[in-house]
Structure formats: structure tokens, C-alpha cells
Design a protein around this ligand. Structure first.
Ligand code: BTN
Length: 242
């Protein structure tokens, strides 16, 4: 399934490098680095990526309209949920759309980037960062968490990577063949947000609402304080009370 796997010691950011290599590598390529000195998180944040974590990016070239993109992140989140369950027996939570959570803290994140225009996606870069054996940056204490602190032992990075890639293969194929029920079910059942009051921050400012559901298009469906139902496609969402 995976056509090319590239392993690097250190890069600025696997997402950034993969974006540059996108035209010259085949569909379903994987780029892994032991550490990143300029790891990128969502919303322009930086992503601390010292040795001991799993930092990798996938290059995917599906025939897709842009509207389907939000579901890709949910596909990856479902795969990570299953990979972590199979490999370590833990049941993590998913904070829509891209955070993998344990005990209210962030274990892993997904960053989906795209090259193309509104009509057609040229290629997708899906970056996945998992805190495995790495220390958490002092500024993120209380916010981030490593897997080794959950399972109380060091986790073998290679075996974990293989399990996660196998699950991504499974869920990506389900996504491509329009069998998306399981992707949505996992994201709904494991959601940290559904049924709760939330705050959505976007360029429009902050807004409160109630997280009702996840749509078939991957959106978060919220009810605002005027009882209006709306769909949110991106932005930063946090719980009113954690
Ligand atoms: C988030 O903000 O939650 C997304 C974090 C994504 C981090 C990964 S690590 C591998 C890949 N390369 C990057 O620079 N970022 C992603």
C-alpha cells in the first residue's frame, strides 16, 4: 500500500519537506523524522518535536473535490484511535477535528494541508505528531502528554508506527470507497466535545454554543444561543468547562 517510506534524522518540518517533494514522490508516500527543529502545528502554532516522538507526514493524491477535505482529518483520527487501542490497549478521546486526548491532555495532533484549487486537489499532506517517549516542553506541561506516561513504560516507535500506518491504510480505504460510517461513529463516540457547551474562536471572534453532532461532511454541528443550528468547518474549539 505505502509506495515510498523516507526516514530522516532531522528536518525542519516533515509537512514542509513533503510539500516541496509532493510532485516528485508517488501517491501514498511517508516521510518520518526523528526530530524536527521547526515543527508546525495548527493555526500557525509551532509543534515541539524532540527525539522520542513520532513525527511523520503522508503524501496522498486522491481524486477529491475540496469539500471532502474535512473528512480526511477525521479519517486519520479514527485510524489513530484504533491504532492506539490495538497496540497499547488504551481508549483515547478525540477532540474534533484533530486532537487525540488522554485525561484532558493532548497526546497527538493531525495537520492536514493541501495543494490545489477549489475544483481539484493536487495532493494532500497529512502530518501526524504523537508524543510517545519524548519529554513535554515545559511550556506545555498540563496541556500535552506523552504515551509513555499513560502506559508507564517506553513504547517502541517502529512497532507503533507500523500499527498506525496499517490502521490509516484501512480507514483511508474506507474513506475512498465511501464507507464512512465507522469513521464518523468513532469520531462521535470518542468525542470530547459532543453534548457539551463549547467556545469557538475564529477570525470572527469568540462564540459560544452547544456541540450537537458531527456532520457527514466532517463539520461540527452546533446550536448557538439563539437556537440556530450551524456548521463549523474549522477554527479552534475549546470546552466551556474542561
Ligand atoms: C496540531 O496542531 O495539533 C497538529 C500537529 C501536527 C504535528 C505534526 S508532526 C509531523 C508533521 N510535521 C509538522 O511540522 N507538523 C506535523
Amino acid at each position: 500500500f505505502w509506495q515510498r517510506v523516507i526516514v530522516e534524522k532531522e528536518v525542519e518540518s516533515t509537512n514542509k519537506l513533503m510539500k516541496e517533494l509532493g510532485n516528485s514522490l508517488p501517491d501514498k508516500s511517508v516521510l518520518i523524522a526523528s526530530r524536527q527543529w521547526g515543527g508546525i502545528g495548527r493555526l500557525g502554532r509551532s509543534w515541539s518535536s524532540p527525539e522520542g516522538g513520532l513525527w511523520f507526514s503522508l503524501l496522498l493524491k486522491p481524486q477529491l473535490p475540496m469539500e471532502e477535505l474535512p473528512l480526511i482529518t477525521l479519517t486519520m483520527a479514527a485510524a489513530m484511535w484504533e491504532g492506539l487501542y490495538n497496540h497499547l490497549g488504551i481508549e483515547v478521546k478525540i477532540k474534533w477535528p484533530n486532537d487525540i486526548i488522554w485525561d484532558g491532555k493532548k497526546l497527538a495532533g493531525i495537520l492536514t494541508g493541501v495543494k490545489g484549487d477549489m475544483d481539484k486537489v493536487d495532493y494532500l499532506i497529512v502530518g501526524i505528531g504523537i508524543n510517545v517517549n519524548n519529554p513535554i516542553h515545559p511550556e506545555l506541561k498540563g496541556i500535552g502528554l506523552s504515551l509513555k506516561d499513560v502506559v508507564k513504560k517506553e513504547v517502541n516507535l517502529n512497532y507503533l508506527l507500523i500499527e498506525i500506518l496499517n490502521c490509516i491504510q484501512k480507514y483511508y480505504q474506507l474513506f475512498l470507497t465511501d464507507k464512512r460510517e465507522d469513521i464518523l461513529i468513532i469520531n462521535k463516540e470518542q468525542s470530547t466535545l459532543l453534548g457539551k457547551r463549547i467556545i469557538i474562536s475564529s477570525f470572527k471572534g469568540k462564540e459560544e454554543g452547544f456541540a450537537k453532532d458531527i456532520g457527514n461532511d466532517g463539520s461540527l454541528i452546533i446550536e448557538d444561543d439563539n437556537k440556530q443550528i450551524r456548521k463549523v468547518f474549522s477554527g479552534d474549539v475549546s470546552l466551556k468547562e474542561w
